[in-house]
Design a protein around this ligand. Structure first.
Ligand code: FUB
Length: 360
């Protein structure tokens, strides 16, 4: 393990010297004395929300690309003002992380106006699909898709967002029968609370307009199967039900357990694991279920709070081992300027996941 991370530190240093780092980014590299469990994977630009996949035996990471912005911080996440995506690859854990440059730019997405938030990607029949949230010209989030022949892009955006989507944080799960499912949703800045019966309710404006009372059922994320061509939903989105350990839907006031954003699904030993951020309580929590549609029964936390307000992750299997990709703000100390990281993840013999503390 030590060699693995020592190697990773060495590669971070190489990456720093090969690229021209922005003068605003401190060239901090974690050391043995660091309070952080792991060093950043990327140091020459700010990156967040890492969605990792193994395509053709190699790890590809699809993160958000954080940038410094003049936009003031608020509870709608306006300060996350991203304008493009870069794709990264690594041959294996611990290897050099390669930045393949801009893969999709805001100006090339006909329907989008601002805020390219957490994306995800999928591979089918030799084509690669980048799913991404953005605000439309009316400032409402939807999810778009862009296509490439190459996992690193460039990706060509479809002219319109995917019909039937709303809110943000898309995550695609490919099941063993080669069906693909798109999960999405997020409250506060993610605008999920502005929708009822999947329709925008007029007049809702702020982060809590439409959030149910504490004793009511929490807002849940959504899922829909993707069509054969990966460009549309094959069905009307269904609510993903998250249950507490008594089998009751998690309540809106249960802030340490309720869904906030950052859906992700992986499958282990025939069970489906739905993981997500609890937002204002900063955990990556998870539930287990028997179907990609849920329901998922809450089990606990995968990741304790990281440095920085947001917590967002992905989980991927590489050559039989599981890895958690996550982010924090080690390089900047500022919430909207994050850096991606990775660590090993363990499923215990009873199927639960060992909780990771991102600080030593
Ligand atoms: O990166 C912008 C937003 O912050 C993401 O979409 C959320 O999940 C949170 O990480």
């Amino acid at each position: 393990m030590k060699t693995y991370w020592t190697l990773s530190i060495a590669f971070s240093i190489i990456a720093l010297s090969c690229n021209s780092p922005s003068s605003k980014i401190e060239e901090t590299v974690s050391s043995e004395d660091s309070k952080f469990l792991h060093p950043p994977l990327v140091s020459h630009i700010f990156t967040a929300d890492p969605s990792a996949h193994v395509f053709n035996g190699k790890i590809y990471i699809y993160p958000s690309h954080d940038i410094e912005s003049e936009v003031k911080e608020d509870d709608m996440g306006s300060h996350f003002d991203m304008k493009d995506y870069h794709v990264f690859s690594m041959e294996r854990p611990g290897a050099e992380v390669i930045d393949h440059g801009p893969a999709l730019k805001l100006e090339d997405i006909p329907w989008a106006s601002r805020q390219l938030w957490a994306p995800d990607a999928a591979h089918k029949n030799g084509k690669y699909y980048l799913y991404f949230p953005a605000k439309d010209k009316e400032d409402i989030f939807s999810i778009g898709v862009a296509v490439s022949e190459n996992p690193t892009g460039p990706f060509l955006a479809e002219p319109n967002p995917i019909k039937g989507t709303f809110s943000m944080d898309p995550a695609v799960f490919e099941d063993e029968d080669n069906s693909y499912y798109l999960y999405f949703g997020g409250i506060w800045g993610g605008q999920l609370q502005w929708f009822e019966d999947q329709q925008l309710v007029e007049g809702r404006k702020g982060p809590t307009d439409g959030i149910p009372a504490p004793e009511e059922k929490a807002l849940m994320p959504f899922v829909a199967k993707l069509s054969d061509n990966m460009l549309e939903l094959a069905e009307k989105p269904l609510e993903v039900l998250l249950l507490d350990q008594n089998g009751e839907p998690i309540k809106a006031g249960d802030n340490e357990k309720r869904f906030f954003e950052a859906a992700w699904v992986h499958k282990h030993n025939g069970k489906y694991y739905f993981s997500y951020s609890t937002g204002d309580t900063h955990f990556i929590a998870y539930g287990i279920g028997d179907s990609p549609y849920g329901p998922f029964t809450y089990q606990g936390n995968i990741l304790e709070p990281v440095q920085g307000w947001t917590n967002h992750h992905s989980i991927v299997n590489f050559e039989g081992k599981w890895y958690l990709f996550y982010h924090d703000t080690e390089l900047s100390g500022k919430t909207p300027l994050r850096n991606i990281k990775m660590t090993e993840l363990n499923h215990l013999p009873d199927g639960t996941i060992q909780t990771i503390n991102p600080m030593k």
